[in-house]
Ligand binder design. Structure first.
Ligand SMILES: [Zn+2]
Length: 340
């Protein structure tokens, strides 16, 4: 079973019957934090490899067992997806608001109810952290693709191999920005071919770039049909003094990635898949949520989360790197965070 947890006990997850047994454990888990945390890892595996095994239990978990069901939003948004309207009505009537569960259900009634509740309480930040924008009126807008794909790194032989790759890692800066002499962009992590990304809005160029600046935590660029950034701006508040001496164009860590489906060939551990050999992150799915997600500098809507990888995909820094776009304004942001 490609599933590993550092928590105990470990329960089997090899059949629909095993998942039914996990669901029964949610009863004692309501008053047992250690069991809740243990089950979290198990349900992350179910969401990635066998979400259909959970489907018969979806309604009961939402209606009766939510108190014992403590999972990451990434997991919840797979397992609760499309739950029936009586679940929405139940969640609205609960004394303790569960905007995350409503957003995870993702149906029109659920997104409408969550938006009304968020506007009523005057705070949409919880929803923004999990990738949902609350417009002035109407339902929530999901700002990520529900179709998750694992990002696996593969070697390339040389520069020609890099330039021919569908999703290259470590491109020369002149392939990524229009003016390498003046750009604040200092490092290229990864480019993703837009046509290979299910559920991502239309983009004017073939490639979406995930980069880094050594001047701050995030960097935004405008993109035209050539795909190269211009008009860059840096999010520099509280930025670290970076003594990084890496030079992008010397070619360290050049590689490519392939996008693999979520299934039972990945290794699930601590509610993520990055313990799988050569896997460094995920395309699609909600943002990781360890930092605020950027809003578009032009239209101010929450940006669309495309992918999050660890910086180990190229080089050995210390954190997550996330790629966002505003499909209307043709702006893209690369955000950086340390490990919490
Ligand atoms: Zn915009």
């Amino acid at each position: 079973m490609p599933f590993k947890t550092y928590r105990r006990p470990v329960f089997p997850v090899e059949s629909p019957g095993d998942v039914a047994a996990l669901v029964e454990l949610l009863v004692p888990a309501a008053t047992d934090e250690q069991l809740r945390n243990t089950l979290c890892d198990h349900f992350a595996y179910v969401a990635g490899a066998h979400p259909e095994w959970f489907r018969p239990h979806q309604e009961r978990v939402i209606l009766e067992l939510l108190g014992g069901f403590s999972v990451t939003f990434d997991t919840m948004s797979v397992l609760f997806r499309g739950a029936p309207d009586n679940c929405v009505e139940h969640l609205i009537a609960r004394p303790r608001l569960r905007l995350d569960a409503l957003a995870a259900i993702g149906t029109e009634p659920a997104l409408t109810a969550a938006a009304d509740l968020a506007r009523g309480q005057g705070d949409a930040s919880e929803l923004e952290d999990i990738g949902f924008w609350t417009p002035p009126s109407g339902p929530l807008r999901q700002r990520f693709s529900s179709h998750r794909l694992a990002v696996e790194r593969r070697p390339v032989a040389d520069l020609a191999g890099l330039l021919a790759a569908e999703h290259p890692v470590g491109l020369p800066l002149d392939r990524v920005v229009r003016d390498p002499e003046t750009t604040p962009v200092s490092w290229h992590f990864l480019s993703l071919r837009a046509a290979a990304l299910p559920g991502v809005p239309a983009w004017p160029a073939d490639l979406l770039h995930l980069v880094e600046t050594n001047l701050g935590w995030g960097v935004t660029g405008a993109v035209g049909e050539d795909g190269r950034w211009h008009g860059e701006s840096v999010e520099a508040e509280g930025a670290p003094d970076d003594e990084d001496e890496r030079v992008n164009d010397e070619g360290d860590g050049r590689a490519m990635v392939v996008l693999r489906p979520y299934d039972d060939t990945l290794l699930y551990c601590n509610s993520h898949i990055m313990s799988t050999p050569d896997v460094f992150g995920t395309v699609g799915g909600p943002p990781i949520g360890v930092y605020s997600n950027p809003s578009c500098r032009s239209c101010h809507r929450l940006m669309f989360h495309v992918a999050t990888v660890t910086n180990h995909i190229r080089g050995d820094g210390d954190g997550f790197r996330s790629l966002y776009i505003c499909e209307d304004c043709h702006l893209t942001t690369s955000a950086a965070s340390n490990w919490n």
